[in-house]
Each structure stands twice: as C-alpha cells, then as structure tokens.
Design a binder for this molecule. Structure first.
Ligand SMILES: *Cc1c(COP(=O)(O)O)cnc(C)c1O
Length: 509
C-alpha cells in the first residue's frame, strides 16, 4: 500500500523545476531550497509509515495540522480509490516547502499591534521615534564617534553623552547605562551589597516578566535578602529595626506590574532617604518604568518619575529605557556621584555594556526630553497613551467604513468601546479608553481569523474576546489602516489561508 503512495510522491528534481518552486530560487539560497524539499518529502514518507512520533530534533517540524492530515489519510487509505484522494500534488508539497522556508528564515519584522497593549514585550515594547531611527541609519552605516573625543582625538567614554543628558533631564549628579534594568539592579546589588544584607519590603519582592525575580537576582548578586513588613503593610520602623552592622543597602522596588489594594501601608521614599542618611546606609530605588514626564497632569494615575526620586535624595535610581521612556532596550542607573562612580568601576560593567545601536537610539530619544513638548509630540509611546479618544475613533471609523464598503471583504464589523492596557510593567491595572473594530465572520471562527491575521505580511496581532476578533485602534498607526484592510480582503478571498503556516483542513478541527 505505502509502496504505491511512495511512487506517487514527486521527485526532488521535478519539484525544483516546477513553476511553484522555480521562482523561489531568487529569494532563498538554492541549497536551502533543495534541503527543505528533501525534508518535506522525508516528513511525508514518515507520515505514511506512521513514524512521525519519532522525535526529529534536527529536522524541520511541519505544521502539526499538516502531519496529522497526512497521517490520517495514510491510515484511512485502505484501498486504492482512497489513496488517490491523498493530496501530495506538487502544488501542495511546494506550498509546504514555501511555508517551511518562511519559518526557517523568519526573523524580526515589522508587525501591526492591534492588541491594545501599549508596551507589549512580545512586540518589542516601545516603538522608536523617527529621530532615533534616523540616528541609527545615518550614524551606523559608517564609522562613528562611539568612544573617541572628536576635538582631542583621544579615547573617550561611550557613556558620556547619555550621562550628560540624563543628568540634565533628571537633576542626577551622575548616570550610567547598561543593557536593561535587570542588569542595572544586578550591578547595583553586586557593587554595593555583595555579601551584605539588603532590606526589602515583602510587598516588593516582585517577579517581572517571568525570568526576573527580585529574590533570585539578589541571590545571584551575592546579596543577602532581609525581608521586612508583611505583604500589605510595611512601616518605617520595620526598616529601622532590621538595620544591623551587616546592612549594605535598603532597596525599594516599584510595584510596577501589580497593585496591592485595600488595607495597605508603605513607606514614602523620602522617609527611607532620611533613615538612610541617619544610619549611613545607601538607598536604591528600582523604578521599573522610568517615567521622565509626570503623566498625572494628563489625567493618568501617578507613576513615580525619575526626577522625583532624584529630588527625594535617593542614592541609586534604576529604570528601563524601553518602557514609558520610549527608547531602545536599556537600563539606566542615576543618582549620587559617589555611588554611581563606584558602580562604573565594577568589572561587571564590561559584560553589561551597551552597544552603539543602543547609544545612538537612546541619545536621540533622550534629547527630545530636553523639551517636554517635543517629547510629547514625537515619542510614539507617549503619543499612543495620550492620543485623544476622538483620534482613535476616527481611525477605527476609517477601517470600519472600508470593511463595509469593500465588496471583496466578506466580514461584518462594528466599532465598539473598550480599554487599552499599558503592559510592560507600567501603571498596573490602569487602562486607557479606546475604540475597537470588532470582526465577525460566518465562515471563519475567531481563532482562525486571528491566526490568518498573523499570517499576513506584515503580521497583525489582535485580541479575541467572546468569539470576536478585536482590533484595538489605539496601538494601530494611521498608516496601517489600509494594510489591515488589504489583509482582510486577502483573508476573505482565501488567499492567506492557503499561505498560512497554520494551514489546517476543515475536518482537522
Ligand atoms: C520592568 C522592570 C524591571 C526589568 O526591567 P528590564 O528593562 O525589562 O530588564 C525591573 N524592575 C521593575 C520594577 C520593572 O518594572
């Protein structure tokens, strides 16, 4: 039986010369195409012999639905008439080859964020400003003045301009930048509190994004954690009672991705600073999000700003540069010269060093903050958060109207109210009102529709609620509305379905 099927599988050469695959030779390296064709054919053969359960770590994985599709047909193919229904046509195989090639070479690419999560770690957190993007393009295609003093020709510091900007913007005496905020916290603990006790409130032993747990970072750095207070209440006396001759640091961690509500008590940073000064113990404040503009004046809840922390006299403030700040990934350490200079001398800084990409983009972003209005006008994260609902609604109406008017789109849609989330460990539990384009199709279930949207180029990420696909118009750019409409057109005509990596036959469902 299987012999018969094997004979019907087209040969590698025949496939390579087929009109479906020959155009790919300009797009992918030839050897990669040949190898992929072989792999796909081998997978098909294995599916027929029922060996696909054997783990094949070095072999590409076909989309699961495809394998089960083949397997089912192979198992059910009891007689020859059924065998002829097995789809191993060159077209079908070429389609699998194309999907597999795409999967092998797909990397970071432009995506449309219709999830409404403004700082979406999966989608790269803060989108960069035009200025930062231009800076990357202009400066980095050539040699650049990364670590050289232009006027003397002497070796300089790559951190110089970032430090100056941070000090100008926040009033800090000194500043430094590392790979991310996790690195900033690690460097702080390693420098100031190695083999010493660090006092932290129990309510602040947070986990951020799965792999960053405050207690684990402390252990790594060799600091000894001293927990004080309870989950909901910590008093100044809890801190002062915990101070011993071994205390190296008092650390406050901003509860950036959760909220404790109800019967709560926490110690103001100013009181901690006074305590630290009286007992000569440095105070570090992990701010997480690193707001440089107080968003309270725009009706948003208060998120502690870096300026406030510096003004309060905190010795070491750490924050991310790709959250509210709106820059590339990075972590800034700002504060008192005495402490920041000590951090700079730690040999670990070499391992946590940022590259010229980060420096170029961060410099361009920070420069905007020298004039608050400019930052508000130009930084995408801030613009997205502060966009008036009317603007979001207009964008939504435009998409809805195209969907209604375009006869090639066979989906029903409506514009509904909803909320966008900050995400990325910023303003926990706080939402911003938004407008959502709700999509519904008689033929395509919501999950499948969302999958097909992701299969578009560029991929479109949406959310699903109560059987509807929702496109949050706050995080969608104006220029992306037409792209979404075109994608919906392609989905309606079945075009993306056939290209999709998640291709699945109806009866597989
Ligand atoms: C986000 C966050 C971190 C981690 O920052 P990264 O830049 O992602 O490394 C650490 N601490 C707090 C409080 C955070 O909110």
């Amino acid at each position: 039986m299987s012999q018969h099927i094997f004979r019907t599988i087209p040969s590698v050469n025949k496939l390579l010369e087929s009109p479906e695959l020959s155009p790919l030779t300009g797009m992918y390296p030839r050897q990669l195409i040949v190898d992929t064709v072989r792999e796909v054919l081998e997978n098909i053969r294995q599916a027929f012999t029922g060996k696909t359960d054997v783990p094949q770590p070095d072999r590409i994985q076909l989309p699961f639905s495809d394998i089960s599709h083949f397997q089912k047909e192979a198992k059910g193919a009891e007689d020859l008439t059924q065998l002829q229904t097995v789809d191993i046509s060159p077209q079908r195989i070429c389609q699998l080859v194309r999907v597999s090639l795409q999967q092998k070479l797909c990397g970071i690419e432009h995506a449309i964020n219709a999830t409404g999560i403004i700082l979406h770690t999966g989608l790269g957190r803060a989108p960069l400003t035009d200025k930062a993007a231009k800076q990357l393009e202009h400066t980095l295609k050539s040699y650049c003045t990364l670590e050289i003093e232009r006027f003397t020709g002497r070796r300089g510091s790559r951190y110089h301009s970032i430090e100056q900007l941070i000090c100008m913007i926040t009033g800090a005496e000194s500043a430094f930048v590392v790979n991310n905020n996790a690195a900033a916290v690690l460097l702080t603990l390693d420098t100031v509190a190695k083999n010493k006790e660090v006092i932290v409130s129990r309510s602040q032993l947070v986990e951020i994004g799965g792999s960053f747990r405050m207690p684990d970072v402390m252990t790594r750095s060799g600091a000894l954690l001293v927990e004080v207070g309870t989950t909901n209440k910590t008093y100044l006396s809890d801190y002062s009672n915990a101070i011993t001759e071994h205390t190296g640091l008092i650390l406050k961690v901003h509860q950036s991705n959760f909220k404790i509500v109800g019967f709560t008590e926490s110690v103001d940073i100013k009181d901690l600073v006074s305590l630290g000064q009286t007992r000569t113990i440095p105070i570090a404040y992990d701010l997480g999000s690193g707001a440089l503009i107080d968003l309270q004046k725009f009706g948003l809840p208060h998120e502690p700003t870096v300026q406030e922390a510096i003004k309060a006299g905190v010795d070491i403030v750490t924050f991310s540069t790709d959250k509210l700040l709106g820059g590339p990934q990075g972590g800034i350490i700002a504060g008192k010269k005495k402490w920041v200079d000590l951090l700079k001398k730690n040999p670990l800084t070499r391992a946590l060093r940022v590259g010229k990409l980060t420096i170029a983009a961060l410099e361009a972003t920070l420069r905007l903050y020298l004039e608050e209005d400019l930052a508000l006008q130009e930084i995408p994260t801030l613009k997205i958060i502060l966009a008036p609902l009317g603007v979001v609604e207009e964008r939504g109406k435009r998409l809805r109207d195209i969907i209604h008017q375009e006869t090639k789109i066979s989906l029903s849609s409506s514009l509904i109210d909803g909320v966008s989330e900050m995400g990325g460990g910023t303003l926990p539990g706080e939402t911003v009102p938004t407008k959502l384009v709700s999509l519904h199709s008689e033929k395509i279930p919501a999950e499948e529709l969302a999958t097909q949207l992701r299969g578009n180029t560029p991929p479109i990420f949406a959310r699903i609620e109560q059987g509807r696909v929702l496109l949050d118009m706050r995080t969608v750019y104006d220029t992306e509305v037409d792209t979404i409409a075109t994608a919906l057109e392609k989905i309606s005509s079945g075009f993306i379905r056939n290209k999709s990596a998640d291709y699945a036959d109806k009866e597989d469902k």
